[in-house]
Design a protein around this ligand. Structure first.
Ligand SMILES: Cc1cc2nc3c(=O)[nH]c(=O)nc-3n(C[C@H](O)[C@H](O)[C@H](O)COP(=O)(O)OP(=O)(O)OC[C@H]3O[C@@H](n4cnc5c(N)ncnc54)[C@H](O)[C@@H]3O)c2cc1C
Length: 419
């Protein structure tokens, strides 16, 4: 904590926000980390593996969770959102609304509450594939490791979860609370959302259940996902024999996202390895405009491309269904051969891009023409880090989080020396 007692506020508990919080706290600052979900980890927690090493997300997340748990300088508020920020660099007052979890730290994860719970809710951790009980654990490695009660999904007056909890860890009387903090600086690390695939009219998402997005593919391949890690067609639960990845689904397109999301090529290559590992004989095709795997990701590209994956330079224009067989047909350009081709597929994966997630942030954050937050030169006090600033892979968000922590820390130190 700065000598004047002011802390640093970090909004968003994904890789960028956790890193900013940890680096600032380990340098001596007090930190309030505000996360809107009931768990930390952001989108990375929903991945099956990370490129380029293809290790599970637990690798990077667990060490951060441990560092946070062991650092008394970090106050973590989950199910929380910033309502108001006022003041100036070095002297902000922030109001944070914290929604009740209805489960206290006495929870032992026994799961009796979920067993007793009669109600269900859509499983948004799995992008709506399946349901959870209204008393649920967000996911197997959730941090904080506590159940949550979704009261909006509960039948009127129901107390089944509380009655089933022999540890008295459920308190259904909890109320929303607004907390105020004096902080010296603010780091916004609110990350990204996938581009809405339903807006890509011609690519069949929403019309054909076996046209899925890259984020859903991560969940299908994850051992803690809705299929227990089996990549199966949503329509009939069958194993796909042919999978087509459609790159730049909405990206680099004036009508959708005019920019390149930077990570989708490596993400699809990674997902092609999931398919290859599960189905050694599957036919895997990637339609791309350019493969963008800069820097050391070039090695990753070469390694994956050597696994019998067909890479076709050409944009996929349309996805249709064969009226007779019901198979999906991807109509694309093959630039190198100079012709139009139609590729049959059991499963089509749309590589949708990254949209900055600025919902709920105060309007005074500066945004660029695409909605990403900016760190304009000379501006102090408020800093953006991670994918809300620009599309980037995890290692870059960690660097970004560290850089933002340093700038915020400088602000806290300056505010202390100016009283
Ligand atoms: C399909 C796909 C696969 C990918 N695979 C890889 C990979 O294998 N390797 C790799 O290096 N990168 C990968 N990436 C990129 C990776 O997902 C990002 O680098 C990473 O998620 C960025 O972390 P972040 O903290 O900036 O954002 P996020 O992960 O989005 O975290 C942001 C956090 O902020 C919270 N939040 C949002 N709004 C608010 C608010 N108003 N108040 C409080 N909290 C809020 C969110 O709930 C979330 O917890 C992939 C991307 C895609 C699209």
């Amino acid at each position: 904590m700065a000598e004047n007692g002011k802390r640093i506020l970090v909004i968003g508990g994904g890789m960028a926000g956790m890193t900013a919080a940890l680096e600032a706290a380990e340098a001596g600052a007090g930190v309030v980390l505000v996360e809107k979900e009931a768990y930390l980890g952001g989108r990375v927690a929903r991945m099956n593996q990370y490129f380029p090493k293809l290790c599970p997300p637990t690798c990077g997340l667990e060490i951060n969770f441990r560092r946070i748990k062991n650092n008394p300088r970090i106050e973590v508020l989950t199910q929380a959102s910033v309502e108001k920020i006022s003041g100036r660099p070095g002297a902000y007052e922030v109001a944070v609304k914290v929604e009740p979890r209805y489960v206290t730290p006495a929870c032992t994860l026994c799961g009796e509450c979920a067993k007793a719970c009669p109600a269900e809710r859509p499983d948004e951790f799995n992008y709506g594939l399946g349901k959870t009980k209204a008393a649920y654990l967000p996911h197997a490695m959730a941090f904080p490791a506590l159940y949550v009660i979704d009261r909006k999904a509960c039948p009127e007056g129901c107390t089944a979860c509380r009655d089933a909890c022999s540890y008295r860890a459920i308190d259904l009387t909890q109320q929303p609370e607004t907390k105020t903090f004096q902080v010296a600086a603010v780091v916004a690390a609110t990350g990204w959302c996938p581009y809405e695939a339903g807006r890509l009219d011609l690519l069949g998402y929403g019309r054909y259940p076996d046209v899925i997005t890259n984020v859903v593919m991560e969940r299908l391949a994850s051992p803690n996902g809705p299929t227990g890690g089996k990549i199966l067609r949503p329509s009939d639960g069958k194993e796909p024999k042919s999978v087509v990845f459609v790159q730049c689904a909405g990206s680099r397109d004036e009508n959708h996202l005019p920019y390149c999301s930077g990570v989708c090529c490596a993400a699809s290559l990674k997902q092609a390895t999931y398919v290859r590992a599960a189905y050694p004989d599957a036919e895997i095709t990637i339609f791309y405009i350019d493969i963008r795997t800069p820097g050391r990701l070039e090695d990753f590209y070469n390694k994956v491309a050597g696994q019998g994956i067909r890479l076709v330079k050409g944009k996929a224009a349309k996805v249709e269904q064969d009226g007779g067989t019901g198979a999906l047909l991807v109509i694309a350009e093959d630039v190198m051969a100079g012709r139009k081709i139609t590729q049959r597929a059991d499963l089509v994966v749309l590589a949708t891009g990254i949209v900055p997630n600025t919902e709920g942030l105060p309007a005074d954050f500066v945004r660029d023409e695409f909605g990403f937050l900016m760190n304009p030169p000379g501006r102090t006090g408020v800093y953006a880090a991670g994918c809300v600033r620009r599309p980037e892979e995890v290692s870059a968000t960690v660097q970004d989080g560290t850089a933002a922590a340093l700038k915020a820390f400088q602000c806290a130190v300056r505010s202390a020396s100016h009283g």
